[in-house]
Design a binder for this molecule. Structure first.
Ligand code: NAD
Length: 365
């Protein structure tokens, strides 16, 4: 899940942390190391004005520590704006664990990680992200209360991915309404890139609505399973971005909209679950706008997961979770219209609303 915003060699020339291009006045960055379990993790706390910094833990086999740091800086910042725009009283944080979740994730490592989370006394609350499961969060829960995304059997709200997918589906519909004049996705050609936990659930919504769905993933076996389950088509080509389509749904990597892909993109709408889809928010956001491609801001439409885990802190139930998530349709419509009216990118329009909320809370305190 690497966010290749800048060349890694360029990163190394910058000051190690505070001078990084992805550093955006983060409040606290915690490096966690444990020799016995092999844990190497970084917790990024971007902003706690609206509340404790909540965001998932990602375990990924980063090619370097620079890459991991860059990822946690970008992801934690994204969480600040995601919670702010969704109206939640949460700040932005995220954690990354360096390693392969399939071979290096052990119960001992997860428990040690939980102890580090606990040592922050609730300034950071974790949950699952890529490479993590609800079972991992249940385990972390045995050493700290500062964890969400735990299983329903253990009193949590369960796996957030289906809720995230539903929110993305709502945001996609709103973007389709703006672009095509109708939110009905029947017969629309939709490419879903990454059919993991969220991607698969999105494919289900899309195929139920009769969309013409193509899927792509680095895991071929998984693609075959999803194809057989929902009757969708596997994309076998080597340049998905250049294919004719109505909607592109990035549900795997960040930064897939970048200098290399932006001119190739044939999609008329972009709406997906991946965090930090734009490699450069300003430059690529502007380019999409110039090309008339409607971009539903990622941090706005993928908020279903955080709405789900927030329920564990605020004690609201499934009905309220679904109501709040469904409302992503209205918020997305509002923001896309605002962007048009104010002649700014959709990302900028969403960002400004989130920033205003943070600024006014800061003034009150
Ligand atoms: P996941 O790990 O279950 O799925 C990711 C999928 O992407 C996997 O199937 C993987 O094989 C595939 N993939 C990896 N690299 C790829 C590539 N280069 N091309 C195509 N496919 C590739 O993760 P997830 O939980 O489904 O999350 C997907 C994205 O959505 C992530 O960026 C995550 O941060 C974001 N997100 C997830 C949630 C949530 O509730 N799970 C919430 C908000 C945002």
């Amino acid at each position: 899940m690497v966010t290749e915003v800048v060349n890694l060699n360029d990163l190394k020339k910058l000051a190690p942390v505070f001078g990084q291009s992805s550093f955006d006045n983060h409040e606290q960055i915690v490096f966690c190391n444990d020799k016995d379990t092999g844990l190497k993790a970084i917790i990024g706390i971007h902003n706690t004005v609206l509340g404790p910094a909540l965001g998932g833990t990602r375990m990924w086999n980063y090619s370097s520590e620079w890459e991991a740091l860059n990822d946690v800086l970008r992801l934690s910042r994204g969480m600040t704006f995601k919670s702010a725009i969704t109206g939640l009283n949460l700040g932005g944080g995220k954690a990354v664990i360096i390693g392969d979740s399939k071979t290096q994730k052990t119960p001992e490592l997860m428990l040690r990680f939980g102890e580090f989370v606990h040592s922050l006394n609730g300034r950071y609350i974790t949950a699952e992200d890529v490479g993590m499961t609800t079972e991992d969060m249940d385990l972390v829960r045995t050493v700290t209360p500062y964890v969400t995304g735990i299983s329903e059997e253990n009193g949590g709200a369960g796996n957030p991915s289906p809720i995230t997918a539903y929110g993305v589906f709502m945001g996609m519909k709103a973007a389709a309404k703006i672009k095509f004049g109708s939110e009905i996705l029947e017969d629309r050609v939709v490419y879903v890139e990454g059919i993991g936990h969220v991607g698969e659930a999105l494919v289900e919504h899309l195929s139920n609505e009769g969309a013409n769905v193509f899927i792509s993933d680095i895991n071929h076996e998984r693609m075959e399973q999803v194809r057989d389950k929902y009757g969708v088509q596997i994309y076998n080509g080597d340049n998905l971005y250049a294919e004719q389509m109505d909607i592109y749904a990035p549900c795997a990597l960040g930064a897939t909209i970048n200098d290399e892909t932006i001119d190739l993109l044939q999609a008329k709408v972009i709406a997906g679950a991946a965090n930090n889809q734009l490699a450069d928010e300003q430059k690529h956001g502007m380019k999409l706008r110039e090309r008339g491609i409607v971009y539903a801001p990622d941090f706005l439409i993928n908020a279903g997961g955080i709405i789900n885990v927030y329920a564990e802190l605020e004690n609201y139930g499934k009905q309220e979770i679904m109501r709040k998530t469904e409302n992503i349709f209205n918020t997305t419509l509002e923001i896309l219209n605002k962007a048009e009216a104010s002649d700014v990118t959709t990302h900028q329009a969403a960002f400004e609303i989130a920033q205003t909320r943070i600024d006014s809370r800061k003034k009150e305190s």
